[in-house]
Ligand binder design. Structure first.
Ligand code: ATP
Ligand code: MG
Length: 472
């Protein structure tokens, strides 16, 4: 998805250079390069394309989503150049199932809108077309032009960060909007070839993550690319080259200036990709954890054993995702912040506060600090609070208190949490044993889960009654 651009596109609206429609529908023929030219630095912005013909790659239309194909075909039929781009081409090249299918075209968003009845234009400054097929969305972005590298129009801030990015261009310019070579392949619906400007095909097959252009410049333009590097390395098992490593060590601090809402979104992508353990380990190794979870990073510095509990929690998240079960960000954040929370509560007790009060104060303090970095929505911080508060209530094993605990809507999440604490070596085995037995005797009512979007789901979802047609 190109949402990152819309979130970058703040400041004044820039010139909206309209993309020119290709006459006759034929895609621009790319100059075939004799020797492949490498994107060594942003200064060298003229890249030659290499076309990998259908016979030489294994990307088959039967693996491409039918709705994405529909969009591509209709754009082509209307005379536009249309390509599948980004993660979908990369994943198909790797023989993986893509998460979503993004399309890039030389049609402007308004032109796309005219072609599809099920189209919605989103973003004010960075316009994108969303084509809706039931719950599925195919995102169509118009090729964007790169900036000239200078800052004559105030497009970059003083640290080199992109502030606006909304000029249409052609495919050869669009390639510069992409972050890594593996993400910059275009599957052309015209002849089913793959267009490669940056040796992305080779890097994918060598499983190497390489930044397009000068690594430092590109990370300065958008520091979130450093987190994306960790995400792709973890998800795809790609190696991160030395330049990326050096640049991350040098520029990690720029993440402090990224709005907490964007960092929250990126953190979710990182930890809800099915590769959370690996992502966490890499964040830790590349010293980026401190920019997402500063309190947790400080705790780990003082006590390495904190890592064990977090990894166990992340393992369980990964397993749930791989099994297709819903996951809630609340559980993830509750686990990430458990150690700092305990430390804070212990301090309160040491100062003479009763435990329950110390805990409530610690929750307010720890959550308050965390949301300055990642803006976790309130509906999730409320659940985190429930999971944490219930941990000490598991000691009540009799009477109404125990009964009400079992009926608590977040009982299941809190119980899973205490089990993980036990596995990580905390002294809670008696509580775990009691509540495990208790559930066998009196199963708790069906619990509700909330998925990432905050939609409530329960095992017994009420079916919507089909709408009756009015008699004619
Ligand atoms: P995933 O499979 O996890 O969705 P993806 O590569 O498709 O991975 P998206 O975040 O969906 O990642 O972005 C789609 C494409 O948009 C990327 O492949 C990349 O080409 C481009 N892109 C997204 N975010 C950025 C960014 N911050 N900087 C540069 N290019 C980006
Ligand atoms: Mg994607």
């Amino acid at each position: 998805m190109l949402k990152w651009l819309s979130s970058l596109a703040r400041g004044k609206p820039g010139k909206q250079g309209a993309a020119k429609k290709q006459s006759g529908g034929a895609p621009r023929r790319q100059k075939k390069s004799t020797g492949k030219k490498r994107a060594s630095a942003n200064a060298d912005r003229q890249l030659d394309a290499v076309r990998i013909p259908r016979a030489e790659h294994g990307i088959s239309r039967k693996d491409i989503d039918e709705h994405a194909l529909k969009v591509l075909y209709r754009l082509r039929k209307a005379g536009y150049h249309a390509c599948l781009v980004g993660g979908a081409v990369r994943d198909l090249a790797l023989g993986m199932k893509p998460k979503d299918f993004d399309v890039a075209t030389d049609a402007t968003p308004e032109e796309v809108n005219r072609l599809f009845r099920n189209c919605r234009l989103i973003g004010r400054r960075f316009r994108l077309a969303h084509i809706h097929f039931g719950r599925q969305i195919i995102e169509v972005a118009t090729f964007r032009a790169d900036h000239d590298g200078g800052d004559s129009d105030g497009r970059l801030d003083e640290s080199g960060r992109i502030l606006r990015d909304n000029v249409y261009g052609d495919i050869a310019q669009d390639v510069w909007r992409r972050d890594f070579t593996a993400n910059a392949l275009y599957y052309d619906i015209e002849d089913f070839s793959v267009i490669d400007f940056v040796d992305g095909w080779r890097d994918i097959h060598e499983r190497k993550l390489r930044v397009i252009g000068d690594t430092e410049t590109r990370f300065r333009e958008d520091p979130v690319r450093m987190i994306r590097a960790i995400r792709f390395a973890a998800k795809l098992q790609f190696t991160i080259d030395d330049e990326i490593t050096r640049a991350i060590h040098q520029l990690g601090g720029l993440l402090q200036d990224i709005p907490p809402a964007r960092l929250y979104e990126e953190t979710l992508k990182l930890f809800h990709s099915g590769h959370a353990v690996e992502s966490f380990q890499q964040l830790h190794e590349y010293r980026l954890l401190q920019y997402l979870f500063p309190q947790t990073a400080t705790m780990i510095e003082q006590d390495e054993s904190v890592v064990k509990f977090i990894e166990l929690a992340l393992q369980s998240t990964d397993k749930r995702i791989q099994a297709g079960l819903p996951v809630t960000p609340a559980f993830l954040f509750a686990a990430m912040l458990w150690a700092p929370l305990q430390k804070q509560a212990e301090q309160g007790v040491a100062e003479g506060m009763p435990y329950a009060m110390a805990m409530q104060q610690a929750i307010a303090e720890v959550v308050g600090q965390q949301v300055r970095t990642l803006s976790i929505p309130r509906r999730f911080t409320t659940v985190m609070r429930d999971i944490w508060s219930m941990q000490s209530r598991f000691r009540y094993r009799k009477g109404r208190r125990a009964h009400s605990l079992l009926n608590h809507p977040k009982f299941r999440a809190a119980y899973d949490f205490i089990c993980l604490r036990g596995e990580a070596g905390e002294d809670v085995s008696e509580d775990v044993q009691f509540w495990t037995e208790k559930q066998k005797r009196t199963p708790p009512p069906q619990q509700q889960h909330e998925d990432e979007a905050g939609h409530k789901r329960s095992g017994s979802r009420r079916r919507r009654r089909p709408r009756r047609r009015k008699p004619q």
